[in-house]
Design a protein around this ligand. Sequence first.
Ligand code: HEM
Length: 503
Amino acid sequence: MAVLYVILSWTVMFLLFLAFIAFLSFCLYMKHIHNKYDHIPGPPRDSFLFGHSPSFLRALKNDEVIFDTFLEWAENYGPVCRLNLLHYVVILVTCPEGTKEILMSPKYPKDYSYKRLSQLFGLRFLGNGLVTTQDHELWYKQRRIMDPLFSSLYLRGLMDTFNERAEKLMTKLVEVADNQTEASMLRLVNFVTLDVIAKVAFGMDLDMLKNKSVFPDAIQKCLKGMVFNIRDIFFQYKPKNRPFVKEVREACRLLRTTGAQWIHDRKTAMQNGEDVSKDILTQIIKSAGKEESMTSEDEELMLDNFVTFFIAGQETTTNQVAFCIMELTRHPDILEKLKKEVDDVIGMKRDISYDDLGKLVYLSQVLKETLRIYPTAPATTRDVPNDIVIDGIHIPKGVACFFSSYVTGRMDKFFKDPLKFDPDRFHPDAPKPYYCYYPFSLGPRSCLGQTFAQMEAKLVMAKLLQRFDFTLSPGQTFDIVDNGTLRPKSGVVCSVRHRNDKK
Ligand code: HEM
């Protein structure tokens, strides 16, 4: 017994010694990292080991927009600003030259944080889909297959669906347009964008304004989970978070099993020789390879892209339209000018054509200005595998560079009086912003759905402006929720009335 006791105590001592050595080595490694990168300006670290992570976690806990902190740091520490997250070093780049050099080049792949988006609390989520894949070859193969569906020729053909789905929202608004009933514009617009993406991407009729659907909640759960998962690596291991983690996993499973079902149905239709639409779902199936040689990874890749398009194809557009309505409620002069343009171009017409959209120039300006102050997909990151000099500062390899259109869009040096909502900044004759405005990102990994999204946003806005007036309900704030994407906190709850109704 005594021998056993001695062996046990020695084993414990040995393990403690090993743990101590591991900890010491990690501290030495941290010191090395600090020595290597501390010449780059940056805010003081919250802690030697955790770096600036505690600031991130505080912001997350207090429901703050972390990008406001980044803005403050960029203003205080300059265009190349160092952030430490444990042993990772991330450089917040706000100078146009550095932004251009890195984002425009295929040499800098998406960084490790996209790996964390590929999984959600241990479940495969966006996987190796178009937004998250870090592998250039795999990305290029997928993008090439998807590109034709986003050409202007193809998009013209979607106008009927855009019109028809947006018309359902108009019908719904007629029901509530008594200047009393309160309606969340964020929620209602989301029904349209989900309807549109389900129809044009996957050939499914959700008709969300009539039928209750589990998808909006599931998508929000996953997005919220994504933020916690990426900003707090210990989140899922904390016992108090277990119920939330379970809900997020269920939501993630729901999206992927829905994808599996819809893909299965489509494949069956294809095998039966049915005339299927040449839409995103068909391309997703094509991009995965031949049926006979399809591996389980190919199957998973199809689901990755299903979830990618289901989320990317509606969330950010919804939020853009909702922010736009929110801003218009406090800018009557801009609203009047917009209504006049819509009256001139569209008049009383029910269906809006592709060419009409091109003529709505001021509406384009308003939507661009909305994305300047509220870039609904606020940031992107790139791995820097070689030493690089940005704005005269030498940056040794091994860091990630972080770019945020939220930060640059709100900097006085790029946009005078940045919090003023002023669509004239985007007047066709005004100078174009130089690599400081990129709500759709830039370069090879920029948004595939940019034109799609702006057609949809314009069409929904034009129909709303043609027919209705809005007043923001009392108690509504102009605050933002940082849910991975940015969205209006209060949901833009409005009372609605017909334009000719002077009540
Ligand atoms: C206002 C609406 C939208 C905004 C602001 C937006 C913004 C962005 C941004 C910033 C990225 C780069 C993401 C990153 O670097 O991590 C991106 C990528 C992407 N977006 Fe969008 N997006 C919008 C709408 C859409 C729509 C409607 C679709 C599809 C129908 C879409 C599909 C994609 C895809 C597939 C990518 C990945 C592109 C690639 O890496 O090749 N987006 N988007």
